[in-house]
Design a protein around this ligand. Structure first.
Ligand code: BGC
Length: 749
């Protein structure tokens, strides 16, 4: 605890709980002021800027690949290195807390901010988010994990209530946050704009205090998303420590008045002030005045990260890589003006920008460029197409760069469809008809429909958004200097209509109902056996990998160790992302057919074999049981599958896992069958029946006890026995059974 806070007035205490202007905390007493800014794929510092809202006026910083691409690397070690570089830039740019990572789940492909998030899957989102936080914080800069929670759309973003059932909340929408909080201990977490089941995140005590602090042990600062607080007093009481941006004292006055009126506990405001003060002190102590960053080294890292994030979705007959000595036609305006980031608060002013055309040209002197289409739709589309087709026919290969317009990926707006512009598809068809060796390359933040593209061309590269060094990374992959190894972290559907939330997104009248439940992303497509264009986890390489036989064993600690030999059977070195999926066919609850519980990113030389070992924590085998409000591991024969994608399953192993011995406490509403299925209960029941109901059972008064028992709630026996059995007797029986629980299986209260 920061000692000086004891002497602060109520006004000063409360003042610490809101910002000074847009990007800083207040200096109060001995608590220093610190700077917080976006995030996540670059440091957007407006320190010293006159105009604190003009994001285009930020100081130049490295624009690393946004989360949509970084996610495709499946490489926590890489994300940690990117995080460290961001931390160093934050130090140099006078930033104490970087607002990221964004780890919301891509519930619907239309969400305008999907480019800021990693995946439709909570496991990989959490693993990558934790690595990023470790990197940033390792440099003495705080992270702010966002947007907590269930912030999965831009429509009505500050008021909509995401209505989600408890199990889906825990297993899908809170799971990644839980992992990052418990594994990486972020200094701050950002409360989202939206409501969750009716209550705004920033005023949601269950979320911010019961779950985040009491269950997960979070000890940092909860900062509101910018403008997320609609009621400061309720926010402080719920556990929001810092309201951002500053409100010029307006909401501080409300909090002071509430404390004086006795409607806000002073201790809540003091707790918040203490946390903000501790954060400010910690960040100031870790700050390195005069620090600099190596822009060249960071650009090189951005290039490496971009190269590891590109996913090769199709490569018939080894269409790629290209020979740098041959003439190649590079087609599409994106070659000169690449999409490399999305719009909104995460937008970075890059230190430099590699264009694909610039870098391809350097590498392949005979390359020619044709615009193909204009970004704003102006110009003579027909003439541009004719020129592109001519360039393609005169070359030995064509690379066509397609993509979403900039407005297609932006904070503040969702998309209404997932199609690429028709003009671009027509161009691709014309080029592919003229040049059989045509490679399509797609730039986008949100997922786009690729069925038609994939039909037209023998090779397809998904670059998503690659950051400022993407142009170089594209050239690296096209010419084989880098062997592509990224894999999708989001399913590419055949049609928007196939997607899980098609009918409920983005909601209406203030509510969006998550009626698909836990079946988000591949969980949905698999459960309904819906064909997809490219499945979750898909990505090819210029080499090939052979998977051996998977074995799975349970360790003494209850975790599972999966081992599988992996061989690079091709002619060049490459990296394979081995995925591990889990199923429990005998489950007593609804489950997805399989879900991701582990992965490993492995580099192999040509011909090399290595054993890949993946550890699965017991915690990741559990499901959220809504009867006892706990994570429970079911007893059963679990199937682990090693896979190259969620639909390219290579080897499976079955292992028995002993379930958790947690017993559901019985109530008067429990069925007799539940009571009798519990071995501990049988003895108690037998005794109780003999003592209490023996006469009735023997009297043969028309009640067939055995037939009734199974399907009747225990409490109904009072009426069915016409009062012969009393409620008190039953309560006594239930109490005896409940307290007969074995010691290692506490009955939750
Ligand atoms: C965004 C956050 C961002 C904040 C500060 C909000 O509009 O939702 O992601 O960190 O602004 O720029």
């Amino acid at each position: 605890m920061t000692d000086h806070l004891d002497t602060l007035t109520i006004a000063d205490t409360v003042a610490l709980g809101s910002g000074s202007g847009f990007w800083a905390t207040k200096s109060v007493g001995s608590a220093p002021s610190i700077v917080l800014t976006d995030g996540p794929h670059g440091v957007r510092s407006l320190v010293g800027s006159e105009d604190s809202l003009n994001i285009f006026n930020a100081q130049p910083a490295t624009c690393f690949p946004p989360a949509v691409s970084l996610g495709q690397s499946w490489d926590p070690e890489l994300l940690q290195r990117v995080g460290s570089a961001l931390g160093r830039e934050a130090q140099a740019l006078g930033v104490h807390v970087l607002l990221g990572p964004g780890i919301n789940i891509k519930r619907d492909p239309r969400c305008g901010r999907n480019f800021e998030y990693y995946s439709e899957d909570p496991f990989i989102s959490g693993v990558l988010g934790a690595a990023w936080v470790n990197g940033v914080q390792g440099e003495g800069v705080g992270a702010s994990v966002k947007h907590f929670a269930v912030n999965n759309q831009e429509f009505d973003r500050m008021e909509i209530s995401a209505d989600v059932d408890p199990r889906t909340l825990r297993e899908i929408y809170l799971r990644a946050f839980q992992r990052v909080v418990t594994e990486a201990k972020p200094w701050t977490i950002m409360a989202a704009y939206n409501r969750i089941n009716g209550v705004h995140a920033a005023q949601n005590r269950w979320l911010l205090t019961d779950v985040l602090r009491q269950e997960w042990g979070f000890d940092g600062v909860v900062v509101s998303d910018w403008g997320a607080v609609s009621d400061r007093v309720a926010a402080v009481a719920a556990g929001t420590d810092l309201e951002m941006p500053g409100t010029g004292g307006a909401t501080d006055a409300e909090a002071v008045a509430a404390i004086q009126a006795g409607t806000l506990d002073r201790a809540d405001a003091e707790r918040a002030a203490r946390r903000v003060s501790d954060l400010a002190q910690r960040a100031t102590d870790a700050h390195r005045p005069g620090a600099e960053f190596d822009a060249d080294a960071h650009h090189a890292l951005a290039r490496e990260a971009a190269g590891r994030s590109i996913a090769l979705l199709k490569n018939d007959a080894n269409t790629l890589p290209l020979e740098a000595t041959a003439p190649v036609a590079v087609i599409g305006a994106f070659a000169r003006a690449p999409r490399f980031q999305g719009g909104g608060s995460s937008q970075i002013v890059p230190t430099r920008l590699d264009t694909p055309w610039g870098r391809i040209q350097e590498r392949a002197p005979l390359a020619v460029y044709a615009e193909g289409f204009t970004l704003d739709g102006s110009g003579d589309a027909q003439a541009l197409r004719v020129e592109a087709v001519a360039a393609a026919s005169a070359s030995t290969a064509a690379v066509v760069l397609l993509g979403l317009p900039e407005a297609g990926d932006s904070e503040g707006a969702d998309r209404t469809h997932i199609d690429l512009p028709e003009e671009q598809l027509e161009l691709l068809a014309a080029v592919a008809a003229a040049q059989p060796r045509t490679i399509a390359l797609v730039m986008h933040g949100g997922v786009v429909r690729l069925a038609r593209v994939a039909d037209l061309v023998p090779a397809l590269l998904d670059t998503a958004l690659l950051g400022q060094a993407g142009g170089a990374a594209i050239a690296d992959v096209l010419f084989g200097d880098v062997n592509p190894s990224g894999k999708l972290t989001e399913t590419v559907p055949e049609r928007l209509e196939d997607t899980p939330s098609y009918l409920t997104f983005p909601g209406e009248l203030g509510h969006v109902r998550y009626s698909e439940g836990i079946h988000v992303g591949y969980r949905w497509f698999d459960a309904r056996d819906i064909p997809v264009t490219f499945p979750f986890g898909h990505g090819l390489s210029y080499t090939t990998f052979e998977y051996g036989d998977l074995t799975a064993t349970v360790t003494d600690a209850g975790d599972v160790l999966a081992r599988i030999p992996l061989t690079n059977t091709g002619a060049r070195a490459g990296r394979e992302i081995v995925q591990l999926y889990l199923s429990l066919p005998s489950s007593t609850v609804t489950r997805a057919p399989q879900h991701l519980v582990g992965f490993s990113s492995v580099e192999l030389e040509a011909g090399e074999t290595r054993e890949v070992v993946i550890r699965v924590d017991r915690a990741d085998i559990a499901y959220w049981n809504t009867t006892v409000d706990q994570w429970i591991v079911e007893d059963g024969d679990y199937v682990f599958t090693a896979a190259a994608s969620s639909r390219d399953l290579r080897s499976r192993a079955e292992v028995h896992i002993t379930g958790d011995a947690v017993r559901v406490p019985l109530t008067l509403n429990s069925y007799f069958s539940e009571l009798l299925s519990d071995p501990a209960a049988v003895a108690v029941v037998a005794e109780a029946f003999a003592a209490s109901f023996g006469d009735m059972a023997e009297s043969g008064d028309g009640i067939d006890m055995t037939a009734l028992m199974g399907s009747m709630p225990i409490g109904r026996l009072v009426s069915f026995s016409a009062g012969a059995v009393t409620r008190e007797q039953l309560l006594q029986l239930i109490g005896a059974v409940n307290s007969a629980a074995p010691e290692n299986a506490p009955i939750p209260s």
